[in-house]
Every structure is written in C-alpha cells, then in structure tokens.
Design a protein around this ligand. Structure first.
Ligand code: BV8
Length: 236
C-alpha cells in the first residue's frame, strides 16, 4: 500500500494536544473549561459579553506558555520535513504546538490563539498578550476593536477551498485525536472516501466517524503517531 501513497492530508483535534496538558473540549461535565460552548465560542456570546469571551481566550493563550509540543507533534513535524510528496496538516486546534514542533505545511482551520483580528481595519496580527485590556491594533492603532482570530460556531472555517482541493488530490487521509463531533471537519473522511482515498484514524476512543475509516488504531497519539510516521517514512 505505502508505495502508491504520494499525497497526504492529516486532520488533528484536541486529542493530539491532550498529552501536552491542553484540555480537550468536552470535559466529563460536558463543559469546556467550566463554560458552555455557546457562552464563549459564538459571535452572539461575544456581542453579549465580550469581557467574558476575552478573558476565556486570554486564559487559554496564557496557558500556552506553560505547555510544550509532545511526541505526536514532533513526529508530524518530522514527517513534514521528510515527506517528498504533497502533505497538508489541517488542525482544528487553536494552540501553537504544531507550529512550535516545526510543522510548516500547516493550516489552522479554526484560527489561532496567538492571532488578533481588528474589526476596524480588518487586519490580523500576531498577538500573545491580554486582549481584555483593550490593547491598540498594531496596524491602525485604534483600541476597542480587537477580537480573538478564532472561528466560532456559526462562522465559516478558514481556507475550506484549499482543504477540499487537497482532499480531492490526496491518496491518504489521516485523522488524529478528534471526536468527529464538529462540522465541516467531521465530514472530511466522507469527502475522502468519496474521492476513493485511503483513510486511517488514530484516536484514544472510537469517534463519531470511526465507521467511515478503512483502518482505526486506538491508543494515545504520543504512542501511535511516532510509530505510524516511522512506518510510512521507511518506505520512501
Ligand atoms: C459552520 C475554535 C456555517 C474555538 C471550534 C452539520 C451537522 C450538524 C451541525 C453542523 C453541521 N454543519 C455545521 C454545524 C454547526 C457546527 C457544528 O458542527 N456543531 C456541532 C457541535 C454539532 N459547526 C459550525 O458552527 C462550524 N461553522 O458550520 O459555519 C457556515 C456555512 C457557510 C457560511 C458561513 C457559516 C464552525 C465550527 C468551528 C467552531 N470552532 N474551535 C475554540 O477553540 O475556542 S470547534 C472546536 O470543537 C475544535 O476546534 C474542534 O473542532 C471541536 C472539538 O473537537 P475535537 O478537537 O475533536 O475535541 P474533543 O474534545 O471533542 O475530542 C477529543 C478526541 O481526542 C476524543 O475523541 C478523544 O477520544 C481523543 N483523545 C483524547 N486524548 C487523546 C485522544 N486521542 C489520542 N491521544 C490522546 N492522548
């Protein structure tokens, strides 16, 4: 099988960052860091209570300084560096752990904690501070118009055309550490199957889309992903 794999699309979710100490989404109480998703990750929530939403993202942004990429992030960065064919790593995660591990062919489809979006000048800028303090936009210097550069529920994810094109042109689709609960990401495996693509899942537990995959490997990303990367690189 490996010999005819040229182009790969990889989708990651919160599970790939779990071993780094970044909380996944649906805690045992169904809450997200103590909040209902609809109270902190929707445009309506931001309009209703911008301070709550800013503080929620400021806390997650500050947390990034206390965590490090794990073996799964590092293995995917190694694959990115050595894979001769096309490779696109699409992450649903807004943390910067894939970036810090060295992945380059990387796309944050749901945005990034370390990016600010100014609603006055529509510019985006790297940001690692406290947005609840109403800082000025680095581009237009206006205050009071920055929002987290995050795709909230009801908003269109980033670069969907590029993702769909990569799915249509790849030979292998790999899903790592995601529950398959949120669309359109949860629908990528069905698109891949539609294009006749080989599909592989690596996850701690069965996901809502497991039955769509040709192969599912259950376990921790920190164990499964380095083994899979070694396996696929040995054949090039
Ligand atoms: C849109 C940024 C429309 C925020 C996020 C079709 C059907 C039903 C509903 C919909 C549909 N289409 C659209 C919807 C609505 C909605 C949706 O899907 N709702 C769900 C809840 C039903 N989708 C949207 O609103 C999307 N936008 O549709 O726009 C549109 C169309 C045209 C024009 C304009 C608009 C936008 C969705 C994006 C929202 N933003 N994130 C932030 O981060 O603050 S989503 C967020 O939740 C994450 O990014 C991720 O996508 C999702 C969480 O899922 P996971 O990452 O998978 O995490 P989870 O905790 O659930 O699971 C972790 C998994 O890891 C588990 O399976 C576990 O077993 C595993 N695991 C744990 N530890 C490990 C591990 N695996 C391996 N190793 C380990 N150590």
């Amino acid at each position: 099988m490996q010999r005819d794999i040229q182009n790969i699309v990889i989708l990651t979710g919160a599970g790939v960052s779990a071993e780094s100490g970044v909380a996944t989404f649906r805690g045992p109480d169904g809450l997200w860091e103590g909040h209902r998703v609809e109270d902190v990750a929707t445009p309506e929530a931001f309009a209703r209570d911008p301070d709550l939403v800013q503080k929620f993202y400021d806390a997650r942004r500050a947390k990034l300084r206390t965590v490090e990429p794990n073996a799964a992030h590092q293995a995917l960065a190694k694959l990115d560096a050595h894979w001769p064919g096309d490779l696109l790593l699409v992450t649903q995660n807004v943390d910067d752990l894939h970036d810090r591990a060295g992945s380059k062919r990387l796309l944050h489809m749901h945005g990034e904690l370390n990016s600010a979006w100014c609603l006055a000048c529509d510019e985006r800028s790297r940001f690692d501070g406290v947005m609840a303090d109403d800082p000025a936009c680095p581009h237009c210097q206006q205050t009071g118009h920055l929002r987290p550069d995050i795709v909230w529920f009801g908003e269109m994810p980033y670069q969907m055309e590029r993702i769909e094109l990569a799915l249509a042109q790849c030979d292998l689709f790999v899903s790592i550490g995601t529950s398959g609960a949120v669309y359109p990401a949860a629908g990528f495996v069905q698109s891949a199957r539609h294009y006749g693509v080989q599909t592989l899942e690596m996850n701690l537990d069965p996901s809502e889309g497991s039955f769509h995959f040709h192969e599912s490997r259950m376990g921790r990303a920190g164990d499964l992903v380095p083994d899979w990367v070694a396996e696929i690189l040995q054949d090039i």
